[in-house]
Design a protein around this ligand. Structure first.
Ligand SMILES: Cc1cc2nc3c(=O)[nH]c(=O)nc-3n(C[C@H](O)[C@H](O)[C@H](O)COP(=O)(O)OP(=O)(O)OC[C@H]3O[C@@H](n4cnc5c(N)ncnc54)[C@H](O)[C@@H]3O)c2cc1C
Length: 458
């Protein structure tokens, strides 16, 4: 690399360029998953679109491996790379709500918490995920499912347009009217086509929700899972509940006798009329009955952050996912087997509903091809101790292997580690070819390859 290129790039930059000898490098290269230990040559904290264009051009001209970091939450650590350049978007956290048209524009370094904070002030919300610290960029580009999904669809179903810096440094807008192929590709195809600089989303009237966790003793797991599989698909779309097999955190407000004990939980979110909420939950409260019931009215952003204290950055994470169409009795028995053998306090299994509004969009309308499934499952081995990385990984892999035959075949792209090309293709099924053609058009040399990679056609 010619030093003049680096000097020119440095001189053009409004943001910060961090190199291995700089103070702050050790912190800047960390991502959410403490298992990831990559050492890029350059980390560029961009402040504006000009910085992003400059960084893309510099990486391409210098033949540097290029990673793009939104919220840094990716399980496989795809927001950072070894030896190359990282475009770090964490300084770009601006938002603008248009209450008249019910939209929100967000810069691509925003977390889900930033988006909720902005929209809540206007009594609005955009469907995203379940943890406030997750990055909106990576989540959206993979699909995005969460508390409002049954009612309002995936995050991509609410994406009106996105501004993108392409591999050749040009800047385009992708929407239903402009660069339609790119607009199709970014709604599930990940960061394969360019650096998204901002997103424009629809927002919906959501303010106070009736929500929170309900826990049942582990002995009731089979009964609750059977009831849940039949109940949730017929429940009103305003009601969302993801099922979790988990250990009870050893802290208030959980009763001491339950601390560290495995339980079956459902984290609910009802976003319909508040005067109907008690009625909706009356029959649910009779199942079991639950030993913990913290469900009640709360501001939507509060719900989005209830899991945050349990999941600080820097822990060891190994997770694997799959889409699930039906939850058979045999599959439930296997869930029980692996959940009764958690390798750590925080390890868990979640089933996130993706029915309701998600099913009303055709499977070819976006690259998110598993719309016809019922849940997105994730099995996550989690522990603060690096020494635990091996047992949590082993457990998650064995659990996943046992359940995979009961799955729809592919996984949500945002719940994958680096699992090889065949798993990426299994995620996109019949859409892979079309994605591959779009990749060829917008990124023929595969500059954007630190992701669940779609290879350029041919
Ligand atoms: C605690 C936790 C909770 C989660 N909950 C949910 C949930 O409820 N629903 C859900 O759908 N997912 C959830 N996820 C998964 C999440 O969607 C993925 O981890 C996602 O990759 C995170 O995005 P990020 O921007 O934080 O990640 P990053 O690590 O920054 O990036 C992830 C990928 O996106 C690419 N990328 C990031 N920003 C851009 C950009 N601006 N332009 C182009 N490419 C970009 C990166 O190159 C990388 O390949 C959760 C993850 C965690 C750790």
């Amino acid at each position: 690399m010619k030093s003049t290129g680096l000097d020119r790039f440095k001189a053009s930059l409004r943001g910060e360029l961090i190199q291995p000898t700089d103070e702050g490098y050790a912190a800047a290269r960390k991502v959410y998953n403490g298992m990831i230990d990559r050492k890029p040559k350059f980390i560029v904290r961009c402040t504006d679109v000009a910085d992003i264009i400059g960084a893309v051009n510099f990486a391409r001209e210098s033949d540097l491996l290029l990673a793009v970091r939104g919220g840094g939450h990716n399980g496989a650590g795809l927001g950072v790379c070894d030896g190359g350049l990282v475009i770090d978007l964490s300084r770009r956290r601006g938002t603008r709500v248009d209450p008249k048209n019910r939209t929100v524009r967000v810069e691509s370094g925003c977390t889900l918490g930033d988006v909720d904070h902005a929209t809540y002030a206007f009594g609005l919300a955009t469907p995203t995920g379940i943890a406030s610290t997750t990055g909106i960029a990576g989540l959206t580009l993979g699909g995005g499912h969460g508390y409002l999904t049954r009612k309002f669809g995936l995050t991509i179903d609410n994406l009106i347009e996105a501004d993108v810096v392409l591999a050749d440094g040009s800047f385009v807008t992708a929407s239903a009217d402009e660069n339609e192929d790119l607009y199709w590709g970014i709604r599930g195809g990940g960061g394969n086509f360019g650096v998204v600089t901002s997103f424009l989303f629809k927002a919906h009237p959501v303010s106070t929700v009736y929500a929170g966790p309900m826990l049942w003793p582990f002995e009731k797991t089979e009964e609750v899972m059977r009831w849940y599989r039949d109940f949730i698909t017929k429940a009103p779309e305003e009601l969302y509940g993801f099922l979790a097999l988990m250990n009870v955190p050893p802290a208030p407000p959980f009763p001491e006798y339950l601390h560290r004990k495995p339980v079956c939980g459902i984290i609910w979110c009802y976003c319909g009329p508040m005067d109907q909420a008690e009625g909706i939950f009356q029959p649910i409260r009779k199942i079991g009955p639950p030993v913990v019931d913290f469900v009640g009215p709360m501001p939507y952003p509060m719900l989005q952050s209830i899991l945050d204290p349990l999941l600080p950055p820097g822990m060891q994470w190994y997770w694997k996912g799959d889409f699930v169409k039906e939850l058979s009795d045999d599959a439930i028995k296997l869930h029980l087997k692996y959940a009764s053998d958690f390798p750590s306090l925080l390890s868990t299994m979640h089933l996130y509903p993706i029915d309701g509004a998600v099913h009303r969009i055709g499977k070819d309308e976006t690259p998110f091809t598993y719309r016809d499934s019922t849940w997105s499952m994730v099995i996550a081995g989690i522990d603060p101790e690096p020494a635990k990385s091996e047992p949590i990984t082993k457990w998650a892999k064995a659990y996943w292997q046992a359940l995979h035959p009961y799955s729809a075949g592919g996984a949500y792209v945002n719940f994958m580690m680096e699992e090889g090309q065949s798993r990426v293709e299994a995620t996109y099924r019949g859409s892979y070819r079309r994605l591959s053609e779009i990749k060829k058009k917008y990124d023929p040399t595969n500059l954007f390859r630190v992701n669940q990679n779609i290879l350029p056609a041919g």
